[in-house]
Ligand binder design. Structure first.
Ligand code: SAH
Length: 482
């Protein structure tokens, strides 16, 4: 597996600084997938070319494939093809450059370099059209040669594997990110396990260019093996890309090459999750001074992401998290460091179910249900309403749930599937309005609905929020109702 990147930029050999690989040295690295070698056939001020060669460890790969139930065999054609393994090698050999970091010449990281990338054997299910559709919107022009399968036997036709040359003007980190994301997506079948880490990586490497790519949804779907929940997560995050600059997640700062690195001039794009937007929206409502809320119960608190945000607000002096899952609560307790003396008094976790009336939930100013109701069977929602609005009856209840209409925006999400395997339903805006109005009327609350996330002109926002405020004076005074 092989690709080369050549440039005729002024002081072309500066490429070595950006890649953190000295042009006069051969760099070798043992990877889980095989042996990688980086070398420069040419490095002058006029032209510089770097090559990455990966010699896959077929025995190890076959063993891994069998571990994951994918069969696999020693005599696989894969060793010759660029694709997901080459992407792994790019990630491991050029990690800093991928992240837009270098030790020296950092000012050249954002410069557009004239580049020619050649991939001598690119497996691509969709042929040249698919390669063009993937790379041309990013500003590359693509050339193809399909060598005959066997020069001696022209009747066998051309190989399905293409020799591809991409030319364009791009910043070096962008070229690497494009290759790292698109080579495996074009290959179309990934042998190794795909999980949250791959979503994280895809969003980090894809960032803005992938968010704006006309084939975004397809590329995301191919990259994530068409797993609906992972696709939804990735698309949510790419959608949120321009909604907010801040996020609590720190980008992966690991540096494969070792040593100190200087940050690139241009800040890295940081992508908040839609979930972060929801949590922030809930926190902001609860923290509005006029509401005078000092105690909050987080119902279905899960891993405690909202609790963490509430803890950070000194105005909340009493915080209760409830969830039905005991193992989850144990993890949350540890994660939130609730054994710290300043937290022990202020924050409590309890196991309980939303479908049962529970006196422990009484006496709080506010309750939050962040992405919880859709995890319950619809016929049990009346019980939830009776417990939350009737029995616990706080002044304010804030609740969020997905807007099903928005799923249509994510073409890659197979029609009719939910965003997460555990969802029992997902409502459109009208269904959400009907249910929240009915609950408000029944339990004497006023309700206001707000969008969460960027609204689509036809399909509305990705998530929807309702803010219930108690209107009954009797209940407001005594904190009890029903
Ligand atoms: N609010 C959290 C978690 C949402 S996931 C967040 O936004 O990050 C839904 C959570 O609801 C899970 O933690 C699940 O254990 C919990 N849950 C499901 N059914 C429940 C029930 N009947 N009572 C209480 N919690 C429940």
């Amino acid at each position: 597996m092989f690709f080369s990147l050549a440039t005729t930029a002024p002081q072309a050999a500066d490429l070595g600084y950006l890649l953190q690989k000295h042009p006069e040295r051969v760099f070798r690295k043992s990877l889980s997938v095989g042996e990688a070698t980086v070398f420069y056939p040419e490095a002058t001020d006029d032209r510089c070319e770097v090559c990455l060669l990966l010699e896959p460890d077929s025995v190890k790969l076959a063993r891994d494939a069998m571990k994951h139930g994918n069969g696999g065999g020693y005599a696989d054609a894969k060793p010759y093809l660029a694709g997901s393994l080459l992407s792994v090698a790019i990630g491991r050999c050029f990690n800093s450059a991928l992240g837009g970091r270098a030790k020296e010449k950092t000012e050249r990281l954002t410069e557009d370099w004239p580049v020619t990338v050649s991939v001598p054997a690119l497996p691509c299910r969709g042929g040249p059209d698919a390669v063009r559709a993937a790379f041309e919107p990013l500003g590359y022009s693509c050339d193809f040669a399909a060598p005959p399968l066997d020069p001696e036997r022209p009747e066998w036709g051309d190989s399905a594997v293409h020799q591809v040359t991409l030319t364009g003007r791009q910043p070096i980190p962008a070229v690497l990110n494009h290759l790292a994301v698109l080579l495996p997506a074009l290959e179309g079948d990934r042998h190794h396990f795909i999980g949250d880490a791959e979503v994280e990586q895809l969003v980090r490497r894809g960032g803005e260019w992938l968010a704006e790519h006309p084939l975004r949804d397809k590329l995301v779907a191919f990259s994530l093996k068409r797993k609906p929940s992972l696709i939804a997560e990735a698309l949510e995050r790419l959608d949120a890309a321009f909604a907010d600059e801040s996020t609590e997640e720190e980008p992966d700062a690991s540096n494969e090459e070792g040593g100190e690195v200087a940050p690139a001039k241009q800040p890295r794009v940081r992508l908040p999750k839609l979930h972060t937007l929801r949590l922030d929206a809930i926190r902001d409502v609860l923290a509005e001074p006029a509401r005078g809320i000092s105690s909050v119960v987080d119902l279905g608190c899960g891993e405690g992401k909202l609790l963490r945000k509430l803890i950070a607000e000194p105005r909340f002096t009493r915080i209760l998290g409830m969830d039905v899952s005991a193992p989850q609560l144990a993890r949350t307790e540890e994660r939130l460091k609730l054994d710290r003396s300043d937290r022990r008094e202020r924050v409590t976790l309890i196991q309980g179910s939303l479908t049962l009336r529970d006196d422990r939930l009484s006496g709080f100013d506010a309750a939050a249900l962040c992405e919880v109701i859709e995890h319950l069977d619809p016929h049990r929602l009346d019980l939830v309403a009776a417990s939350v609005f009737g029995c616990a009856a706080p002044k304010v209840v804030v609740l969020t749930t997905p807007n099903r209409e928005y799923n249509a925006v994510w073409e890659a999400l197979p029609a009719g599937t939910f965003r997460h395997a555990d969802h029992r339903f997902e409502w459109d805006r009208a269904e959400f309005a009907a249910w929240t109005d009915a609950v408000a009327a029944r339990h004497r609350y006023a309700v206001e609905r707000r969008p969460v996330g960027e609204e689509h002109p036809d399909h509305g926002p990705p998530s929807q929020m309702a803010i219930f405020t108690k209107t009954s004076t009797r209940a407001a005074e005594t904190g009890e109702d029903g």
